[in-house]
Design a protein around this ligand. Structure first.
Ligand SMILES: *Cc1c(COP(=O)(O)O)cnc(C)c1O
Length: 429
């Protein structure tokens, strides 16, 4: 091999070692993060990164794809089994790319979309003015009720009838309640819209039957693979039933195309070039893990831990939007404690507790300040923590927030956490 591989790039690898230390010594509560297995990492760091494979298994634009064809087919087959899908595309590089490919497949520029309000917990790829979804299409939104913090589906229906979207989008980044996909499909059918369910956050819980099944009702389902699903960073698109696109998007020969064909084209060549076959291999490994009974136990524990954490916050007088959680995450309104999300995030990190500040519904603060924080249990459950540990984490969070200007308290908590985390080794180095 060349000198490039014989002389170690210490500048970069020292930083990777530092990051591993950061991940291992602190408490990770960012709801969208998780820790992948060594096998997933091994596949992601494999020689498959060297291969070009534009196209799909068996239909490539490059030679030498016999092996990656098999890898990608395993990823597709495992995803189908995991979610009960009849069609899957495993190539999207991310959740955002998966959604963009769906928009390209289903819509014409300027068409109306109806999504969950970003400031109520939605995702920026569902119509935010700074995202392609909000720039190339006409975005409209529904939100939660001020009093309950929960989505009122009668209001979604009213909004849908008024705005007449072609695509109704459900799914969120910071919504702790399950979704009524059957009701949403009925609303979509009433106005002749397609229903897209973006289950990026709760996908791992859905895969194990612990939340409502979006594939039973939504025309199209997208998800990231790196949140509760605990795989490599990436995205996938799925359908349980294929169908003809109702909006007149035709082939050059004037034929109506099946949605599966439009979605495949939406990914490549629509929005991506060559697929990341090393990442697709890592997705395959992660889907294999998610099919196991161990992963069922994991998903059950994620939910149990979220319940324990929510109860611990409530018993200390914290306000949780919607009053609790059905999934792995919760959104906490800190206004009753006289704190902002920004102060909480900046203070907790000093004690090696990582969370993110988050807008709460009807927030009066800017996105850079916010009134809330979002916390989730997927990552710490992977580390092996249980319900009583969640209570201990909340004790620490409360101690830090109530003593946010006391450097000595923050330093003590940080030391205790670093010591505590040694009991939950993550990666053997
Ligand atoms: C995380 C998330 C995405 C985007 O995923 P990326 O991989 O960061 O692009 C899309 N939709 C929802 C609902 C998400 O939570």
């Amino acid at each position: 091999m060349t000198t490039a591989t014989t002389t170690r790039d210490t500048q970069v690898f020292d930083l990777i070692a530092k990051e591993q230390h950061r991940q291992e010594s602190g408490i990770e509560l960012i709801a969208s993060e998780n820790f992948v297995s060594p096998a997933v990492m091994e596949a992601a760091g494999s020689v498959l990164t060297n291969k070009y494979a534009e196209g799909l298994p068996g239909k490539r634009y490059y030679g030498g794809c016999e092996v990656v064809d098999q890898v990608e087919q395993i990823a597709i087959d495992r995803a189908k089994e995991l979610f009960g899908a009849s069609w899957v595309n495993v190539q999207p590089h991310s959740g955002a790319n998966a959604n963009t490919a769906v928009f390209l497949a289903c819509l014409h520029p300027g068409d109306t979309i109806l999504g969950f309000d970003l400031s109520h917990g939605g995702h920026l790829t569902h119509g935010s003015s700074v995202n392609i979804s909000g720039k190339y299409f006409r975005p409209t939104f529904y939100g939660v009720e001020r009093e309950t913090g929960v989505i009122n589906y009668d209001v979604v229906e009213e909004t849908a009838k008024r705005e007449r979207p072609k695509l109704l989008i459900c799914g969120a980044s910071a919504y702790s309640r399950d979704w009524d996909y059957a009701r949403l499909r009925a609303i979509a059918d009433e106005i002749g819209a397609l229903l897209l369910a973006d289950v990026s956050h709760p996908a791992g819980l859905i895969a194990k039957g612990l939340l409502n099944d979006p594939l039973a009702h939504a025309h199209i389902v997208t998800t990231t693979t790196h949140k509760t699903l605990r795989g490599t960073r990436g995205g996938i698109i799925m359908m349980r039933n294929d169908f003809e696109n109702p909006f007149g998007i035709k082939t050059v020969k004037g034929e109506t195309r099946l949605m599966s064909s439009l979605l495949d084209s939406g990914v490549f060549p629509g929005t991506q070039g060559g697929p990341l076959e090393h990442i697709i291999a890592a997705k395959a490994v992660a889907f294999g893990e998610a099919l196991s009974d161990d992963f069922y136990d994991y998903a059950v524990q994620v939910k149990a831990n979220a319940q324990a954490m929510a109860n611990a916050f409530l018993s200390r007088g914290y306000e949780i939007i919607s009053g609790g959680t059905d999934n792995h995450l919760m959104l906490i309104d800190l206004r009753s404690k006289g704190l902002t999300g920004k102060l909480a995030e900046n203070t907790l990190i000093k004690a090696d507790i990582t969370i993110n500040k988050n807008m709460v519904p009807f927030d009066d603060k800017s996105p850079m300040v916010t009134s809330g924080i979002r916390v989730g249990t997927a990552a710490m459950t992977t580390r092996g923590l249980k319900e009583s540990d969640m209570e201990q984490i909340v004790v620490y969070i409360d101690k830090v927030l109530m003593n946010h200007d006391d450097a000595a308290t923050l330093a003590t908590v940080k030391e205790e956490i670093n010591e505590w985390m040694k009991a939950f080794p993550l990666y053997k180095s």
